[in-house]
Design a protein around this ligand. Sequence first.
Ligand SMILES: Nc1nc2c(ncn2[C@@H]2O[C@H](COP(=O)(O)OP(=O)(O)OP(=O)(O)O)[C@@H](O)[C@H]2O)c(=O)[nH]1
Ligand SMILES: [Mg+2]
Length: 368
Amino acid sequence: MKQKLFGMGAAGNKAAMLATESNIIEKENVILFNSTATDIPRSYDGQVIEFPGNVGGTGKDRNISKRQAKLAIDNKSIDLKTLLSDADGNQVDQVIFVTSTDGGSGSGSTTVIAEYIHKTFKMPVMIFAIIGRPKDIRGSRNTVEFFKEIGNKFTVAIIENKKVAEGPDDTNDSAIEAKANAEFCRELSLFLGNQIEDDNMEQNLDERELYKLRTTPGYTIMSTTIFDNKIKNIEQTRKEVAESLDNICNPDPDNKDMARLGLVYNCDREESSFMDVLPVIKDKFGLAFEVFTHRQYNNKSPRIVGIIMAGLAMPMKEIQDIYEEYKEATSMINKQEDNFFNSIKTMEFDDSDSFFEGDDDIDSLLGL
Ligand SMILES: Nc1nc2c(ncn2[C@@H]2O[C@H](COP(=O)(O)OP(=O)(O)OP(=O)(O)O)[C@@H](O)[C@H]2O)c(=O)[nH]1
Ligand SMILES: [Mg+2]
């Protein structure tokens, strides 16, 4: 299965560049879109699309990038057919977007272009949405608008920057963003099947199963647990995987149960019986309609348990909370304005103070 990665806006550009530099995906399969390309290194020349209009960034205005994306599609200044073809000119099997939800350029253009590709090329669309740390009301509004627009046709993974922060007081955004991008890379690597090998394999995730896992519409959560040393028993595996699942930086799904579950195990052959984490997943995320397992024994690669949960319920509560914060903050702002103008009306002056006034004096001062 062939995929292209579209990195949208600043966050999407940086996340996609890290994936390229970490050899998770080849540069030729990565395209970087932005309303301004000034921050993208020259080494990506040829892989960059700057939206028309030369606006130099949207300043968090999704409507600008939505308009730009529509215009570029309509006047064919973005040649999506070519961008979605492999080196032999064949259409790839899936497009993967990565974008922040709370900015302007990526958040606005992603929904427009994803919708167009899905409709025109009948291509499955996967979106990695990065929800930025709550900073301003505009950002919250952008996030809610983004999720309203993506609908229920796409496969959606979500990473929340605030969940990789050290705590609520951690304001070191560049460190937080770097951690979130590293998490994106781990998830993308699992999603692309980079750990899966044909050698030393006992049980295989075949192409059809992989296709189903990667294209299930709805919410997808991925997790990778790496074991540094020999695994002692099944309790250890389950304990460490439970810890990974407790510490994921994805919002909780709205309900338990999922359409499909993919499990990727790599371990020593004699550790094989320790690799069964279904009870842990059932406990936290419920049951899966279909379970696909890949089991391999490659002692040159790290021992891992990779989990792909597809077709979970979208995290309604998280988005609802962001919406409530937005409503509360906007009503505060409106109230403050109201109070100001209402209160200032009551600030009256005594008539006896009016010796300060008199148009005649001012006119003569101005020489009129
Ligand atoms: N995880 C992660 N988040 C980032 C990164 N860069 C920016 N962000 C977050 O993304 C949000 C801002 O969105 P950007 O992606 O910078 O915005 P944009 O799509 O370029 O849109 P403009 O508003 O037009 O600049 C903020 O919450 C940032 O903290 C990054 O590299 N990684
Ligand atoms: Mg930007």
